[in-house]
Design a binder for this molecule. Structure first.
Ligand SMILES: [Zn+2]
Ligand SMILES: [Zn+2]
Ligand SMILES: [Zn+2]
Length: 156
């Protein structure tokens, strides 16, 4: 094991071997220096590759079902609603309309036509029109929300 001397405030990523500033590493309490051994960009690359495998998908699905996973997701949603109070109002109104049968939720995605009744999302182009949504599958929904240069990224 070779140790690479580096400036305090920097660390060598063990994946890409680049010297990066400590802010480029995630904190990991269980490690000796309290930081992850790979930099943020390598970590996200690694995660992406892992979650594309069958095993990774299973792990992710199990995590999402776990208490911790649920809690994290709830916090994300809460944070989103805090930043977008109109979104909360719009989502509530939409849910009510669906429950009351005033709006029929389709069973397939408007964008790719895939049928996925359990996971169709209502995407709001404008939160001021809570019942005006596009019904899309999670994959297409994610695509809609990918920020495109020059736009604000749309609703939820
Ligand atoms: Zn790296
Ligand atoms: Zn779709
Ligand atoms: Zn949306």
């Amino acid at each position: 094991m070779t140790t690479i001397e580096c400036d305090p405030g920097t660390k060598v990523c063990s994946a890409c071997r680049l010297v990066k500033s400590l802010t480029e590493f995630y904190t990991e309490r269980c490690r000796k220096d309290g930081l992850s051994y790979v930099c943020k960009s390598c970590a996200s690359l690694k995660a992406k590759r892992y979650y594309a495998t069958d095993q990774g998908r299973k792990t992710l699905a199990a995590y999402r079902r776990s208490d911790k996973g649920r809690q994290v997701r709830r916090l994300c949603v809460e944070k989103y609603y805090e930043e977008n109070p109109l979104a909360r109002v719009a989502h509530k109104a939409l849910n009510h309309a669906v429950e009351a049968g005033r709006i029929v939720k389709p069973t397939s995605c408007e964008a790719c036509q895939k049928s996925d009744a359990a996971h169709i999302h209502g995407h709001h182009e404008d939160y001021n029109k809570p019942l005006d949504v596009r019904w899309v599958c999670p994959a297409c929904h994610r695509k809609i929300h990918l920020p495109t240069p020059g736009t604000k990224g749309g609703g939820k």
